[in-house]
Ligand binder design. Structure first.
Ligand code: TXA
Ligand code: MG
Length: 346
């Protein structure tokens, strides 16, 4: 990212659009976001309309470095300060109790607020200019609801602007900041009920649970029924259009042969370069969780563009460092077993 030249006139124009209540898509180090002025409920409503997302799903508010958190949150526990010190700017979102003055449009009506300070230089420049560094940009990932998150400006364009009949979803301003480095969405930690429920991991990501636990000196819990809702935690999410099946590595050859027998074309995503002769297309993924995350969404989009009946992904190791990747794969492969069973029935 160091050789990225900032197009300041474009960033300034984008900040003006946000101030006028319009939408702007912008790069972050995780994925691209579809942004609006977090304190303008009409502008935030435009995000929901463009994405086709239900209005009771909260969106993350992006803040510039050094932002006054007390403007956004009612209570900022000491663990939040420690995590901010350790990981901001960066791919970590904190859920806190929302300040009463902040419109509940950003929280889908919940009493919480999700905040994060992105490290991408374009996002930072935009946040520093927007409302002279005193505003927040509400931004979910810049994709249609339930689909794969975008990691390039081109992906955002394809999501919203490639269908001539979809005038509601048009995104006129897309800032280009190259390919997102992290590639999967931020880790989300809920501190809004820390006194009663402890810190809760709502979504795994590049910053791992153990890195967070080391900083706050406490174990992260898993969400219970009362935890704030996280749309990325719906069972089916991050999904390509083509059905996706997640299989163990040792099952791959067998599954591919069976698919071939019923005349189905499969695209394969696997970590080993070992070729799968029964596959119609194959893509080799990184052996490291960071490298895999970086390429995952672009790979799913590329496989979606190939004319195949199914995308078969070999499951990465079930180790903690792979939690972020495995979480996204499991949601993309929602109903994996059913998909395979139906396809293999002749
Ligand atoms: O990396 C990311 O987090 C990207 C980039 C653009 O920053 N954003 C992102 O946004 O992934 P989105 O909307 O696709 O996912 C944000 C998640 C949602 O699952 C949402 O439910 C949760 O954060 N969230 C946001 N505000 C919340 C709140 N007040 N309470 C509970 N969950 C919240
Ligand atoms: Mg999303």
């Amino acid at each position: 990212m160091s050789n990225l030249i900032l197009d300041m006139p474009a960033i300034e124009a984008a900040a003006l659009r946000l101030e006028r209540g319009e939408l702007v898509a912008f790069p972050t180090e995780t994925v691209y976001g579809l942004g609006a002025d977090a304190e303008n409920p009409i502008a935030v409503a435009k995000i929901y309309a463009a994405k086709g997302r239900p209005a009771n799903h909260p969106v993350i508010v992006h803040l510039p470095p050094g932002a006054d958190l007390t403007h956004w949150a009612q209570h900022v526990p000491s663990q939040a300060h420690s995590l901010i010190h350790a990981f901001w700017p960066g791919p970590l979102t904190l859920i806190l109790q929302r300040a009463l003055s902040i419109p509940d449009a950003v929280s889908g009506g919940q009493a919480t607020i999700g905040v994060r300070c992105p490290s991408h230089p374009v996002a930072q420049a935009l946040l520093k200019i927007f409302k002279q560094g005193k505003g927040g940009i509400a931004a979910p990932s810049a994709n249609r609801f339930g689909r794969v998150s975008p990691t390039t400006a081109q992906h955002v364009h394809e999501e919203f602007n490639s269908d001539p009949n979809n005038m509601i979803g048009l995104v006129e301003c897309i800032l280009d900041g190259g390919q997102s480095e992290v590639g999967i969405e931020s880790t989300i930690v809920d501190l809004s009920r820390i006194a009663t429920h402890g810190p809760v991991l709502l979504r795994p990501g590049f910053i791992t649970a153990s890195e967070i636990e080391q900083v706050i000196g406490a174990a992260l819990r898993m969400p219970d029924a009362q935890a704030p809702r996280v749309s990325g935690s719906l069972d089916s999410h991050y999904a390509p259009h083509t059905p996706l099946a997640l299989v163990e590595e040792h099952q791959l050859a067998h599954v591919l042969a069976a698919l071939q027998q019923v005349g189905r074309r499969a695209a394969v995503l696997s970590r080993s370069v070992e070729s799968a002769p029964a596959a119609f297309a194959q893509m080799a993924m990184s052996a490291s969780p960071q490298g895999y995350a970086h390429d995952l969404y672009a790979a799913l989009r590329a496989m979606d563009a190939v004319d195949v009946d199914i995308i078969v992904v070999t499951a990465p190791p079930h180790h903690a460092e792979w939690d972020g990747v495995n979480d996204r794969l499991q949601r993309a492969a929602f109903d994996s077993v059913g998909v395979l069973e139906r396809m293999l029935q002749v």
